[in-house]
Write a protein that binds this ligand. Structure first.
Ligand SMILES: Nc1ncnc2c1ncn2[C@@H]1O[C@H](COP(=O)(O)OP(=O)(O)OP(=O)(O)O)[C@@H](O)[C@H]1O
Ligand SMILES: [Mg+2]
Length: 513
């Protein structure tokens, strides 16, 4: 391969001479004259040179809007500049997690793509007409990046390399950004232009898959699914599907559904849009909200069963459960009246929600995960949770031993203890949420060590077990009572029926006589 320094046709001594002449030229030629000279030299070089140059300005149009292409290229060159360039500039970019290092003015860096060498150089020029370019910060400087390459590679560079640079640069920018947690504003707020559709804060939730307590096999499965999804852009395109995936998280309170969402966001480095459905007025407003979300994001609708009346059809009644169901129906009615309270404001319907999730427009922006959470999966309409809409159903369950080990490691930094055997058995026999287990494991003072916390957990589990036993006994008793009442009622009804039949027969006989 040709040496990188030599391909531009400069030797060290030529460079030194050039720099000398450049300094003299700058000192003795007035600025307006230099502008003309440089213009003509530039044209002349274009005629004789074998190299093609493409210029990317920092600001586009009237010089007011920062060029996205410039930003992407700067991101792309950042790692190469850090490794090779002698003079770098640290840029504090808005919404960026860290400083972005880029080429300083009048610095250059080389890049290789498919065996072809190209050169990127960063330049700054003062503008003759200041009023045209002043960007409100009093600066009359124009920065630009120039890509230079041999003309024989023109086609490949323009068609392939540039697309590669812009794509990679955008990716780096997204990875480097500060992630946000968005929440939807009420329509009064955004119609009156007091705010946008979404308000945001920086997303700094510490949950990760490592700290999430659940069955390790299940956890691995979810991680693999997420990785596969995030890398499947071309696959989704090939099969003609919008690049999005739906997750349904269900399970009792405190089993880690919200924590799992945070862990997914941190794992994939996505933003989170927490959509409060009850404040969305109608279906078209819902679409507007969803259209205003960016790619690489998770749209979350928590407690979907409580947000709106999206419950499915009730199952056929089973006679045995009749009385149970009466109570259940009362609860249901209570819940419904609450929901209807919201519904007076919100007219979002099930079909509106379904259209929003997978209607035509849902393909408008890429790489999105939609997550619903619920405590009562059976109560959701099957249409809402069918595969294709909610592709993966994840049950978050009560804490078992594997999950406990993760919590013990997180909270007490231990991996084994004499009480583990006892705890394992108790956890199999008792339904305790990871939130409750975690609360027991958390030291409440400096004096509390792992031993004390584990003993507290054992005690708490034993109490829970006892409570559950008593509850089961009461349930059994109540069931027996119900059964007896039902049998009595049945017997009475049969007695009545018999009496009626007998009465009818006696009546008929009397009539005959
Ligand atoms: N699986 C888990 N792994 C680690 N921590 C957990 C887990 N489940 C619960 N926790 C702890 O309990 C707290 C409550 O959990 P979380 O809010 O995720 O529960 P949830 O399932 O969303 O409950 P709800 O149904 O009431 O919304 C969390 O802050 C976390 O500290
Ligand atoms: Mg929750």
């Amino acid at each position: 391969m040709v040496g990188t320094g030599s391909i531009w046709g400069f030797t060290g001594s030529t460079m030194t001479s050039l720099m000398f002449f450049w300094a003299i030229y700058k000192q003795y030629f007035p600025y307006h004259l230099r502008v003309y000279i440089e213009e003509y030299v530039y044209k002349l070089m274009g005629w004789v040179s074998n190299y093609v140059h493409i210029k990317f300005d920092e600001y586009t149009g009237e010089g007011l809007k920062r060029s996205e292409a410039y930003n992407s290229i700067r991101n792309y060159l950042s790692s190469k500049s850090t490794a090779c360039a002698k003079r770098l500039k640290a840029n504090e970019t808005k919404n960026s997690k860290s400083l972005v290092l880029s080429l300083d003015d009048d610095e250059a860096v080389e890049d290789e793509f498919e065996g072809v060498m190209v050169k990127w150089s960063s330049s700054v020029s003062k503008n003759a007409n200041q009023s045209n370019t002043s960007r409100g910060n009093g600066s009359d400087e124009r920065r630009y990046l120039t890509l230079s390459f041999h003309r024989e590679h023109r086609r490949m560079i323009i068609e392939t390399y540039l697309a590669h640079v812009l794509r990679e640069g955008k990716e780096i920018g997204l990875r480097n950004r500060e992630r946000k947690l968005y929440t939807n504003n009420s329509s009064q707020e955004w119609y009156s232009r007091r705010s946008g559709k979404w308000s945001n804060v920086l997303f700094h939730h510490p949950a990760t898959f490592e700290t999430l307590a659940m069955d390790p096999v299940k956890k691995e499965g979810i991680k693999k699914d997420l990785i596969k999804f995030s890398k499947a852009k071309d696959y989704y395109k090939k099969v003609g599907k919008a690049w999005k995936r739906g997750y349904l998280l269900f399970g009792p309170p405190g089993t880690g559904k919200s924590t799992m969402i945070a862990a997914i966001a941190n794992f994939l480095e996505y933003d989170v849009y927490d959509l409060e459905l009850t404040t969305v007025q109608n279906n078209s407003e819902l679409k507007k909200f969803l259209l205003d979300t960016t790619s690489k994001s998770i749209i979350v609708i928590e407690d979907i069963d409580c947000s709106l009346d999206l419950t499915g059809q009730r199952k056929k009644k089973n006679e045995e459960d009749e009385e149970n169901e009466d109570e259940e129906e009362k609860k249901e009615a209570e819940k419904k009246s609450k929901v209807e309270g919201y519904e007076r404001k919100s007219k979002v319907t099930l079909s509106g929600l379904l259209n929003s999730i997978d209607g035509l427009w849902s393909a408008c922006s890429d790489e999105k995960i939609i997550i619903f959470t619920t405590n009562f999966v059976d109560k959701l309409d099957p249409a809402l949770i069918r595969r294709g809409r909610m592709d993966k159903h994840i049950e978050m369950s009560y804490c078992r031993f594997e999950a406990f080990k993760v919590l013990a490691k997180n909270y007490l930094e231990i991996e084994a203890h004499d009480l583990y055997g006892e705890i394992e058995i108790l956890l199999e026999e008792t339904d305790m949420s990871p939130a409750d287990v975690a609360e027991n494991l958390m030291p409440k003072s400096d004096e509390e060590d792992a031993n004390i916390c584990l003993k507290r957990l054992v005690k708490s589990l034993e109490e829970e077990k006892e409570k559950a036993r008593k509850l089961a006994e009461e349930e059994k008793k109540k069931k027996a009572e119900r059964e007896a009442r039902r049998n009595k009622k049945k017997a009475e009804q049969e007695e009545k029926k018999k009496k009626k039949e007998n009465g009818d027969v006696a009546g008929e006989n009397g009539n005959k006589i």
